[in-house]
Design a protein around this ligand. Structure first.
Ligand SMILES: Nc1ncnc2c1ncn2[C@@H]1O[C@H](COP(=O)(O)OP(=O)(O)O)[C@@H](O)[C@H]1O
Ligand SMILES: [Mg+2]
Length: 344
């Protein structure tokens, strides 16, 4: 994609200092074992996969926090735990101080669901194909009891369609009558219908044609400014992240290996994995430097390498990287899990 088409951040959009979203020591283990009887007969043990392993981050109100990492690094698993779709094995997520997973009264839970929305990679799969667009967008308004009068609701749907750059008359149509980019606009309108303050965008433009990606990204940014939204923005594309995010977390096999402001991460990447990712991005302003692809394969997550998960691919691997799990070290405003930055 030509990232020049993406608008630069407006100087007036400094996020507040207030923490809106906080993930603490998030962990998710999937049990991949075969049924008990099979295991007994075949004398097999349990098989588990740790998709997310001790992930911490916090997002300030009005900010875009990006999670980047290759496919399988745990991005969608984190997204689903943050919005309340998947229960963490351990750890917590809170929004404005309220635990997403705490046992709450039904009314409190509903209020929480209204405040958090998610936009998925594939707008075709996430929209009900048999419903007219107006019904798709009206559904959250009805479900949360926001507008009960049908005429007022129709007016609100028209307003939401305009807000995402569609024609209010498009409400009469069905999802299949739209292009991929327009369908993602419909999904955005539906997400906005419950008047959320926090939206998780899981690879929102990865399924779209390159030519329409920038349009949808710009729309997300405009909406953030107009509505004061906070985003968790998930992408494997660093060029996109650079132009969307204020803060970036880099994931590798379920662990956050580096966290920094977008500016710092792109100008001074610290973790060897982050450096490798940046070297592989074609249109980031490091002209003249030879592009390298990311060396090596991601290991099998069921049997990840001991110590630092990245050590088999790391150009700067040291002996103790193979046994020691790197603790979080602070280098300037960057947090990095790499023994190169250890104090000892
Ligand atoms: N429901 C599930 N059952 C078993 N394994 C899963 C499930 N969901 C995700 N995984 C595994 O967890 C890891 C992380 O997946 P995911 O969060 O989808 O990564 P990403 O979004 O970064 O591509 C992968 O190894 C994936 O196969
Ligand atoms: Mg994913």
């Amino acid at each position: 994609m030509n990232v020049a088409e993406i608008k630069q951040p407006a100087s007036g959009t400094v996020p507040s200092q207030e923490t809106l979203v906080e993930a603490r020591d998030l962990r998710r283990v999937f049990d991949l074992s075969r049924p008990w009887l099979n295991r007994l007969i075949e004398r097999e043990g349990r098989v588990t996969l740790t998709a997310v392993d001790g992930v911490d981050f916090s997002i300030r109100r009005g900010e875009t926090y990006a999670l980047v990492g290759e496919s399988g690094s745990g991005k969608s698993t984190i997204a689903r735990m943050v919005v309340g779709l998947l229960k963490p094995t351990a750890g917590s997520v809170s929004i404005a101080g309220t635990d997403v997973w705490a046992k709450a009264q039904a009314a409190e839970q509903r209020a929480m669901r209204r405040r958090i929305q998610m936009i998925f990679q594939d707008p075709f799969a996430s929209l009900n194909q048999r419903w007219r667009v107006q019904s798709i967008i009206a559904e959250p308004i009805k479900a949360f009891g926001l507008i009960t009068n049908p005429a007022d609701r129709a007016e609100r749907v028209a307003e939401l369609l305009s807000l995402v750059g569609l024609d209010p008359r498009d409400g009469q149509k069905f999802p299949h009558e739209f292009s991929g980019g327009q369908r993602q606009r419909i999904a955005i309108a539906r997400a906005l219908a419950s008047e959320p303050e926090f939206i998780v965008c899981d690879e929102p433009t990865s399924a779209l044609d390159v030519s329409v990606q920038a349009q949808v990204l710009n729309l997300l940014r405009d909406l953030q400014q107009r509505l004061g939204l906070t985003y968790l923005f998930i992408s494997h594309n660093l060029a996109v992240v650079r132009h969307m995010a204020s803060q970036v977390g880099v994931l590798y096999l379920g662990r956050l290996v580096e966290e920094a402001s977008a500016q710092e991460l792109f100008s001074e990447p610290k973790h060897p994995y982050t450096r490798m990712l940046l070297d592989a991005v074609p249109d980031i302003a490091m002209e003249g430097i030879e592009r390298r692809s990311i060396a090596g394969e991601i290991p099998n997550p069921i049997t990840p390498p001991p110590g630092c998960h990245f050590h088999p691919r790391c150009p700067r691997v040291m002996a103790h990287c193979k046994t020691v799990i790197p603790p979080v070290e602070h280098a300037g405003n960057t947090s990095v899990r790499c023994l190169l930055y250890g104090s000892t």
